[in-house]
Structures are given as structure tokens and as C-alpha cells.
Design a protein. Structure first.
Length: 265
């Protein structure tokens, strides 16, 4: 799940991307994920935004340009280096068991340079691999080529978790589960919103939770906005939750303040 901002009608160029990376215009916001039973923070999801001079440019406009350029390797290095550096700040602030969840694009998941980059950054930031989670969005419709399968296997051999984002909203749910050893199912925001629509919607969500548990995969509900949603999910066995009810995506400094206030309450 990416953080979207103000749409820009201008097309993004490779030159724009180079300038943005050079000038530090790409920043990360972090949205926490919580254990619904204990209330403990388990992870933060990194959400990228581009504060360009012409306004905030959403990822759906610049990620495709990145994927088709030679900048993808440099960008991948920046992505992991920044998020894992920020993770150390979070852990050192008194949350040693919090993980970092990072979204990966289809192009990154076919790039054989991904694994060496991840290994290097883990070592240089002194981060244990078990605290890194790579998210793939179901709508990406991966081809599950031998290269992709090898990359997923190598990531998990390193001790890195793999989660499916927006589970149940695309067409590849069972392919992901058939080909990959998934560590977490993140159910899309529309499911949480649908809980108040009637019995049928709640029954479907309940089946998704049961399905995850049959596979021994924890389920996280995205988009929790009301107390009623949270209580229903907790009562029906959903493991984790994320959404505005807990916290909006926050820059690192504000996230630390939020966590400290939550600890005091």
C-alpha cells in the first residue's frame, strides 16, 4: 500500500527522477501495524512519497518510469538503506522487536541484483533479516518465472518474510499461495469498510480469516477506521490490524512521538 498525494498532470521523466533522488525529495512515512489482542506494535509499513517542486507525485506516476529506466537498482538501494536505517532508530527508541515492511514492485522482483543489495544493506545497517518484510501486491499479477521464484526463495532463505498486500482484491490469490511460502496476508481496505454493509460481507471476511489460519498464515486487516470494525475483527480471530483507527502514516519523528504517547497510556 503506497501513500498517495496530489496528482500531477505532468509526465515524470528520468531526468526528474535523477534530480529528485539527488535532492532528497523522496521521503518515507510509516504506518504502524498492531497485534489486535495485545495492542502491541509489530511492524511499520514504509510508504513513499515524492515531494517534487511541482507538488507531491504519487507512486503510480513515477514507479513505472523507474522500472523502465536504469535507475531501478540505485532506487532499490536507496529504498532499503533508508527504511532499515529508520528501523534502527525505531528499535533503539525502545521497540526492539518491530519489523519494517517494504513494498516491492514487479521489476524489482525480477532483478537478480535485488538479493545482493538486500544482503549488503542488512549488513551495513546491522539489521537482523527477521525484522525485514517484503510486501507484494496481489494486483501486480506476477508471472512466477523461475527467476522470480528463485528471488523469493533467496529472500526467505535469508530469513526475510514475504506478505501479500491487498489480498482478495486481485486475480492471483491462489497462485501466490501455490507458488510462494507466504508469511502474512494483508486484507485490503475495502474488506474492512464492507463489514458494516451486512451479514454477507462479514461472513466473507470471517472465511478469509479462517482460510489464513488453516494455512497457518496470520491475517492483517488494513483500513480499520472505527471501533466497531476493530472489535469485530478481534472477536473473529483476525491477528493484526492497521488503519486510521490506530494511526495515519507518519514521518519518522512523529512516529516516535506517537509510540511514546501510546506507551504512556
Amino acid at each position: 500500500m503506497f501513500l498517495f498525494g496530489i496528482n500531477s498532470e505532468d509526465k515524470v521523466s528520468v531526468a526528474d527522477l535523477k534530480r529528485g533522488m539527488k535532492n532528497g525529495e523522496f521521503v518515507f512515512y510509516y504506518q504502524p501495524e498492531f497485534n489486535l489482542k495485545t495492542g502491541e506494535i509489530i511492524a511499520v509499513e514504509a510508504l513513499m512519497r515524492w515531494n517534487a517542486p511541482k507538488g507531491i507525485i504519487p507512486p503510480d506516476q513515477f514507479i513505472p518510469v523507474l522500472e523502465s529506466s536504469k535507475l531501478i537498482q540505485e532506487f532499490t538501494d536507496f529504498l532499503f538503506r533508508q527504511t532499515l536505517t529508520d528501523l534502527k532508530v525505531i528499535q533503539n527508541a525502545g521497540y526492539p522487536n518491530v519489523s519494517m515492511s517494504v513494498n516491492l514492485s514487479a521489476a524489482q522482483l525480477t532483478d537478480k541484483r535485488l538479493i545482493p543489495i538486500v544482503q549488503t544493506v542488512l549488513k551495513e545497517t546491522n539489521t537482523e533479516s527477521k525484522f525485514l518484510e517484503c510486501e507484494i501486491t496481489e494486483s501486480q499479477r506476477l508471472e512466477f518465472s523461475d527467476t522470480q521464484k528463485d528471488i523469493f526463495k533467496e529472500l526467505q532463505d535469508l530469513g526475510i518474510s514475504i506478505s501479500i498486500d491487498d489480498f482478495g482484491t486481485g486475480y492471483s490469490s491462489f497462485d501466490y499461495l501455490r507458488y510462494l511460502n507466504i508469511n502474512k496476508l494483508k486484507v485490503g481496505c475495502d474488506f474492512a469498510r464492507s463489514l458494516q454493509e451486512g451479514v454477507k460481507s462479514r461472513e466473507i471476511f470471517s472465511l478469509v480469516i479462517q482460510f489464513g489460519h488453516i494455512l497457518k498464515v496470520p491475517v492483517l486487516a488494513e483500513g480499520i477506521e472505527t471501533t466497531e470494525q476493530k472489535e469485530w475483527l478481534e472477536k473473529n480471530g483476525c491477528d493484526y490490524g492497521q488503519g486510521f483507527w490506530f494511526s495515519r502514516p507518519l514521518p519518522l519523528d512523529q512516529l516516535i512521538i506517537f509510540l511514546e504517547k501510546k506507551k504512556e497510556n
